[in-house]
Design a protein around this ligand. Structure first.
Ligand SMILES: [Zn+2]
Length: 75
């Protein structure tokens, strides 16, 4: 699967990437953090980092003999 097809599996909006700290870039939601005081922060990642994370998942799945299904980060 090409990088473009992997990125097309996610929904994008302008934001800040939690992984590389780039701001005002296209990002997709990955997770939420709720602090003990009840504040909620959304973790978002940019395309470069999504592709890096997907590559790690791909290697992990291959090592374990599991099927790799891109597009499920954050879900
Ligand atoms: Zn990033």
């Amino acid at each position: 699967m090409t990088p473009d097809l992997i990125l097309a599996l996610y929904e994008w909006a302008v934001g800040t990437c939690f992984r590389c700290s780039c701001s005002d870039v296209h990002t997709t939601p990955l997770d939420r953090i709720v602090t003990p005081s009840g504040d909620t922060y959304e973790l978002r990642a940019c395309g470069v980092c999504i592709l890096a994370l997907e590559r790690e998942r791909h290697f992990y799945a291959r090592r374990r003999g599991l099927e790799y299904q891109p597009g499920s980060l954050g879900s």
